[in-house]
Every structure is written in C-alpha cells, then in structure tokens.
Design a protein. Structure first.
Length: 378
C-alpha cells in the first residue's frame, strides 16, 4: 500500500468510501452487513486505514454499519471520517444534535476527520451564516475539545462558491474533498479548484475518481488507445494513475461494493506510477472527445446575456446543462439550480432567440433551454 503523509499521520493513499456498500435486493437502506464486513476485513489486511462515511449514506444506515464493523479493530489502527449533512437545509440548526448522534452511531468518542458536507450554491449562505446557525463555531469547539481531530469540507459547488467559503474559513480548513477525475479535470473545472486549494495550501481529498463507475469501462476505441500505452494497466487503474500524477492529492476515496473491486484497487495502490506527458495528454484528449458529443460548446463569452430580455445567466445554465446531459441526470445540476430564483431558471426562457443572434458558437440556446427543462422534469 502506498501511504501519504498528512501532518503527523501516514494515511493509506486509498480510502474506503462507505457510500456504495453492498446491499440486499437492490435496496439502498438495507446494507448486506456480512458482505460489507468481508470487504472491510480485506481492506484492513491490505493496508487501508482511512474509512469515510456520512449521515445520509445508505438512507442513514452507513454510519451505523461502519460503527459496528470497525468496532472489532483497535481505535488507533484506523482513521474515521464523517460529515455534517448540510446538503439538507433543514439540518442547519441541528449541528449539535446531529454531531452527538453521529458519535453514538459510529460508536466512537472522536472523529479523526470531520467535514462540512457538500458545499454548494444551495447551502453556502447558510454555512457562512455563523450568527444564525453556529455550525463553524460548534465544529471548532469540538476540534478544541479533541472530538474532531482534523476539520475540512467537501464541495460539489463552483470555484466561486469554494472561494467564498475559503475566504471566510480557509485558515481553519485542513483538507478539502472534491470530485476529481480525468473527465472533470476540465469539464467541471477541477483544475481551477486544485489551483485554488493550492493557493490556500490545503491538501486534496478525491471523491468520484471513477465518476460513479463511468470510467471503469470506456469502450473499444478508447481502451485500445490506453492499452497501446500501458498494456499491463487495467482501465480503472488509469484513473488512479491520473490522480497519482497531481501534486497535493493525499487521499483517494473509492466506494467499493465488492471484494473484486477492492482487490483490484489494492493491487493498483501497491505502487505509485504517475503518468508521463504523452499519457496525460491522451487522457485529457479522450475526455474532450467523450464530452463534446452530448454537450454544447459554450465558451462563456457572455455576449448572450446582454441580449436576454429575461436576464438569464445563460453561460451558467449551459454549463449545468452540459453536466446534466453528459452524466445522464444526477444531482449536481438540480442542486445548483435550487439556489437560482424561479424566474432565472431554464423554464424562464421565452424562446425569443435574441441570444442566438450574437452567439459566436451558433448554439441554439432556446432549444437547449427547452431540452434542459424537459430533462429536469424527468
């Protein structure tokens, strides 16, 4: 196992994510505890010492199951991470109640790592309103009391949202967890977020290294390209090698739902083999090719916005459309849109085509907005 230094700790470079544990009959809130236990046992045997769960994973069952499964191991032999569930605004006034319950569910007296969960457009104002909710103050108190050893945050929001949060709390954030893989390096501006975190000297934790499994199998054309470069490398391993190439990436989380996935990942993380320049450029070229088919080529020039009678932020909406279309749905676009007033949503487009008359990319914006609205309605 490759290990990374974090302050005075040595963390396994591969962390066990508990969002995709094996379940019974496809029911997310019914974890197959026996199967999950075998995975955790094998992870321990393979050198994994970092385990990540959260309040909402598996319908609230993940923390309970992880607490039971990790109880058999000496507390000093593993690092446990969980998060304050700010993805639900109803939780904002309940930070003390939820934190105490999490300790109880996980059967521990402290958390090694604790995160503000899912910083995004929807919740950034609430997270920053410490006078009203006191989340920051409470979590800092728990750190002072030793019940949180290291405090950080996870983010699905934009660069600007992260910047606002860091301007307020960056001095106290010890790590940040972002969605990072070779598709999202440019597609979700993960590169810009990496630069921002480097500016604040904050180590990077990675979630969705395989983009929910989308990068585990790529199709014959792309797989042939990669096999020519590294015949011995598996396709999923390419995503991990990509991350091993990026400085300051300390922790790579993988939600492994089977022993086979775990064994394959353990084999990959026996070594650290960063990509060379040709391999790096090949992956990014493939990413560009894969994303262009289901997306629109907006360059965010903003010519359109000055011609929109509804005053829509068209580049932002097109960016969210691209994410939603490429992913085939998901929560990121709806989550971001929930922070936008109803009269500035895609449904507010009146189809006047004034924006299209000045679009250098000749995007049929009115048609895209109509399609986006239909996609959001299911």
């Amino acid at each position: 196992m490759v290990y990374k230094e974090f302050q005075d700790l040595k963390l396994s470079a591969l962390g066990m994510g508990a969002m995709r544990l094996p379940v019974i009959d496809g029911k997310e809130d019914q974890i197959d505890e026996a199967a999950a236990g075998r995975i955790i046992d094998e992870a321990f045997a393979g050198g994994v010492n970092y385990y990540d769960t959260a309040w909402g994973y598996h319908g609230g069952q993940s923390e309970l199951v992880m607490g039971r499964l990790l109880k058999k191991y000496p507390r000093e032999q593993f690092y446990l991470a969980t998060k304050f569930p700010g993805y639900d605004l109803a939780n904002m006034p309940k930070v003390k109640e939820i934190f105490e319950k999490q300790l109880e569910k996980c059967q521990v007296e402290y958390f090694d790592f604790y995160l503000f969960h899912n910083l995004c457009e929807m919740n950034v104002d609430a997270y920053l309103d410490d006078e009203k909710y006191g989340i920051y103050t409470y979590l800092m108190e728990q750190k002072k009391n030793g019940r949180i050893r290291h405090l950080g945050f996870s983010a699905h929001g934009s660069y600007d949202v992260m910047k606002r949060f860091l301007d307020a709390y960056g001095r106290d954030m010890e790590f940040c967890q972002i969605q990072l893989n070779w598709i999202d390096y440019d597609f979700q501006d993960a590169k810009g977020k990496i630069d921002l975190l480097n500016e604040y000297q904050i180590p990077i934790w990675v979630m969705e290294p395989l983009r929910g499994g989308k990068l585990a199998a790529l199709g014959e054309k792309y797989e042939k390209q990669l096999k020519e470069l590294r015949p011995q490398e598996t396709i999923p391993a390419w995503s991990f090698r990509f991350l091993q190439t990026i400085p300051h990436v300390t922790m790579i989380l993988s939600g492994m739902s089977s022993e086979e996935q775990l064994k394959a990942n353990l084999e990959t993380f026996r070594t650290e083999e960063p990509l060379n320049d040709v391999e790096w450029k090949t992956l990014l070229s493939m990413a560009e090719d894969m994303t262009k088919n289901n997306t629109v080529p907006c360059t965010a020039c903003h010519y359109c916005t000055s011609h929109c009678p509804q005053e829509l932020d068209i580049p932002t909406l097109l960016n969210l459309y691209n994410e939603h279309a490429f992913t085939g749905g998901g929560f990121i676009a709806p989550m971001a849109l929930s922070a936008i007033p109803q009269d500035k949503q895609p449904t507010a487009c009146i189809g006047c085509r004034s924006c299209e008359a000045v679009c250098p990319q000749q995007i049929h914006i009115s048609e895209v907005m109509a399609d986006f609205s239909k996609r959001l309605q299911g």
